[in-house]
Ligand binder design. Sequence first.
Ligand SMILES: NC(=O)c1ccc[n+]([C@@H]2O[C@H](COP(=O)([O-])OP(=O)(O)OC[C@H]3O[C@@H](n4cnc5c(N)ncnc54)[C@H](OP(=O)(O)O)[C@@H]3O)[C@@H](O)[C@H]2O)c1
Length: 210
Amino acid sequence: MKPRVIVNCAMSADGKIASRLRKQVRISDEADMARVHRLRNLCDAILVGADTVVSDDPSLLVKDKYVDHVKQPVRVVLDSKCKIPAGSKVLDGTAETLVFVTRGHERELEGAEVIACGLDAIDLGGMLEVLGGKGVRTLLVEGGGKTIWSFVKAGLVDEFKVFIGSRIIGGESAPTPVDGEGFADEAEFRELKLVRTTLSESGILLEFEV
Ligand SMILES: NC(=O)c1ccc[n+]([C@@H]2O[C@H](COP(=O)([O-])OP(=O)(O)OC[C@H]3O[C@@H](n4cnc5c(N)ncnc54)[C@H](OP(=O)(O)O)[C@@H]3O)[C@@H](O)[C@H]2O)c1
């Protein structure tokens, strides 16, 4: 069964998910951080693109200060050419990690299982099938913008959650929640249904279904 795909990200008041230096910046407030960790704990797997691993080196773990009974989700990285550095936190062995690569780029990577899926690009449908076969029912896609775009473009997103924080970052090259080439034709735009808004300490969470 195809896992349910939930996109969750945080953007500034002007719609950026990081600065033009493409380094992680704090956008969520403390209440939103707690929500994100509770959401992670409810999901079976968390996915990011390789560039997020390279630039931010996230651990993708659930922090026990936010959650009573921690159950670490499987960590998943989309990394066509298997470029993430040895020593990345996602490879530290504290939770299971799967690295999806394209065929011909399989290699031994300590701390992860490397899975080939797709020829020129990672086949997201095939990847979801593999995850489904491993018992993943809900997949949390946390970014970055290119990765979220590829899920949106493929029509694979079921829920879209975006926290809007109270900072302005600016910069035309700063990443946004959905980058890639984007849709040009209005007929292709994805329509969302707003199902909930939640005011936080310093921002607002918008939750949509697709
Ligand atoms: N605020 C937030 O919520 C948040 C969350 C996460 C990240 N970020 C920010 O996002 C920025 C990184 O975003 P990004 O858009 O540059 O990169 P990204 O989405 O993290 O990674 C993109 C890379 O993943 C690989 N990839 C493999 N398969 C893919 C597929 N099907 N679709 C898309 N990518 C695929 C590609 O590299 P290969 O071709 O080499 O495989 C691609 O260049 C950083 O600045 C980070 O701080 C913000």
